[in-house]
Ligand binder design. Structure first.
Ligand code: AMP
Length: 598
């Protein structure tokens, strides 16, 4: 693929510092831990519901609220303006009980979908856990989405309830109501005056205030649907990856081994719950360990982040390569103004973490950054650099205990073959069977089945494995775009552009970017009667931004006379990308003839 082979660049492994060893790592002997590990034993480290069964909310909140960690701080929210709101485990249990009662009173039952469109505010977290208590399904939506991604996801997920703020509702959802017939209740966070003016909505705070703060979690089978996370493919609509309550076993176990949670830790996951990391590790995993999680409502700001790390005495920090690259731009001098001695472990996920960034972490914080790998479908971390192991900068690490990973290649007869030789590129594959494995794409059995071959789950990522079992990311096997850690389906962007009156065809690619990893770039051809101009380009950029939201919309648009397609009509995004980057165009035998000329 079009990405760097970092392994070939031979970065020296990073020795472990004294500071990291302040606690004994949970994973000390990798080989032994893998040999002795079983998912049954991991399941036994959790409590289970009093009457049998397994519910994420019980493991994350109620069992601590009923025990010694009752008064321990569970969640600390820092608002954009710096105000703090704290929830102990007891308070979080009571608040989430209230929300579960609200759902019950609204007649929302098991399996029904509760969507949340909000920034990182307490109500989102209360809704998530309360929904799980009621055995309804929690579906987060990224608050920067525009109306179109919201409509699509809520239609596919058949949302019954939406919790959002009055301001987001006004700007993004009100216009969609008629397109969402299954949506029964909209609960708004805002002032009563604001909410009064918005017909067809309910006041979240009012409902909560009148709800009982006692609730007995409903009987839950480990296989009951708990979470629906949307992810994007190369083609078609977004896919709703379904996760069940049993996933909590993997959230808990990976928090223990990959993020090295210890009692008393103060953990900060910078990911937004609109994406899977922000739910699995921004909400669930730390709570299952009874530790304190910090939630910052504001977006990235280097100085703010360093002062949070210092003032909140963060010990374990889980962030993303884009953020690390932004910090690198600011430089290391500024860090010297802060006392970050409490910090003992830094991890990163979501995109390739350049070796420079790992080494920079060492220079800036005295700690390397531990890359790990997973995806929406896997529900939890699958491959990681562990505290006790030497880091090979640029490598994603080694598979978690209980996870079998391999490099496979596709044979001409459409079967797959495991590559046993080291350093050979192929598709990263995982042996299904871990608890947080997705159970399907909602209503898309075909697309789900396509992910499996020969007893392997195929991840869609290209990678290599070295002779010591470290995995190295090479690139995506498909055209999906990763921008600032967010997965974006080119088809979704192309479809929105095609709705513009002037656009005849659109092809969308990820263009490499030093900070965001990739930015969305579109190539459009125009209908007759329209001609390229800066004005039209601006109009198209604005149009896409309004429909899709800032994260998904293209940042750049080029006009082309025609978009290259295969003879069967598929957009050749690979060719658009090769041309954009000045790389060889490769095999053009399937190119449709009228698009051959550039
Ligand atoms: P998502 O489902 O949105 O979490 O995106 C998952 C995809 O992000 C993976 O399939 C990879 O393409 C990419 N990704 C996640 N973690 C890493 C990593 N550590 N290194 C490289 N790519 C990653």
């Amino acid at each position: 693929m079009l990405s760097t082979n970092w392994k070939a660049m031979s970065w020296a492994p990073i020795p472990k510092s004294q500071r990291e060893w302040r606690v004994l790592p949970n994973l000390q002997d990798y080989g032994r831990c893998r040999n002795e590990f079983s998912w049954e034993a991991a399941r036994r480290t959790l409590e289970g519901l009093p009457g049998g069964g397994l519910n994420i909310a019980h493991e994350a909140v109620d069992r601590h609220a009923a025990g010694a960690r009752r008064e321990h701080l569970a969640l600390r929210f820092i608002s954009k303006r710096g105000e703090i709101r704290d929830f102990t485990y007891a308070q979080l249990s009571a608040e989430t009980n209230r929300f579960a009662n609200v759902l019950r009173r609204l007649g929302i039952g098991k399996g029904e979908r509760v969507f949340v469109l909000a920034g990182r505010i307490p109500e989102l977290y209360v809704t998530a856990i309360g929904t799980l208590k009621n055995t309804s399904v929690f579906c987060p939506l990224f608050s920067a989405f525009g109306p179109e991604p919201i409509r699509q996801r809520m239609s596919i997920g058949d949302g019954r309830v939406l919790v959002t703020t009055a301001s987001l509702y006004k700007r993004k959802v009100a216009e969609l109501r008629s397109a969402l017939p299954g949506l029964r209740h909209v609960l708004l966070i805002g002032t009563p005056e604001e909410i009064d003016k918005l017909p067809g909505t309910l006041d979240f705070n009012q409902l909560m205030a009148s709800a009982d703060d006692r609730f007995v979690i409903l009987p839950t089978d480990p296989q009951d649907l708990a979470l629906l996370h949307f992810t994007s493919g190369t083609t078609g609509t977004p896919k709703g990856a379904m996760h069940v309550h049993e996933a909590v076993v993997a959230h808990h176990m990976t928090g223990y081994y990959a993020l090295d949670f210890h009692p008393g830790d103060i953990f900060w996951c910078t990911a937004d719950p609109g994406w899977v990391t922000g739910t699995s590790y921004g909400i669930i995993a730390p709570l299952t360990h009874g530790i304190t999680s910090l939630v910052d409502e504001a977006d990235f700001d280097a100085e703010r982040w360093y002062s949070l790390l210092q003032n909140q005495a963060v010990t374990v920090w889980y962030t993303a390569p884009t953020a690390v690259r932004m910090m690198m731009r600011v430089g290391t001098d500024v860090i010297r103004n802060y006392d970050l001695q409490r910090l003992r472990f830094i991890a990163s996920v979501g995109e390739p973490l350049n070796p420079e960034a790992v080494v920079w972490g060492q220079k800036a914080f005295g700690l390397p950054i531990h890359d790990n790998w997973w995806q929406t479908e896997t529900g939890g971390i699958m491959i990681a650099n562990y505290l006790s192991m030497e880091i090979r900068p640029g490598s994603m690490g080694r598979p978690l205990p209980g996870i079998e990973a391999a490099i496979v290649q596709h044979r001409p007869d459409k079967t797959v073959e495991v590559v046993s030789a080291p350093d050979v590129q192929g598709e990263l594959a995982l042996r299904p069977g871990w608890p947080s494995m997705f159970r399907g794409y909602l209503n898309e059995e075909q697309r789900y089945r396509k992910c499996f071959n020969g007893g392997w789950y195929l991840t869609g990522d290209l990678a290599t494995r070295d002779s010591d079992g470290y995995f190295w990311f090479v690139g995506r096997a498909d055209d999906v775009i990763k921008s600032s850690g967010h997965l974006i389906g080119p088809f979704e962007v192309e479809s929105a552009l095609l709705e513009h009156r002037a656009v005849s065809e659109a092809g969308v690619i990820g263009k490499p970017d030093p900070v965001a990893g990739e930015v969305v770039k579109a190539f459009v051809s125009l209908k007759s009667g329209y001609s390229p101009s800066d004005e039209l380009r601006l109009d198209l950029l604005g149009f896409a931004r309004k429909r899709l939201g800032a994260v998904v919309a293209p940042k750049e648009i080029d006009f082309v006379s025609s978009v290259p397609k295969t003879r069967s009509g598929k957009i050749m995004r690979r060719l658009l990308k090769a041309r954009e980057l000045g790389l060889p165009e490769g095999d053009l035998s399937t190119l449709e003839s009228d698009t051959e000329a550039k």
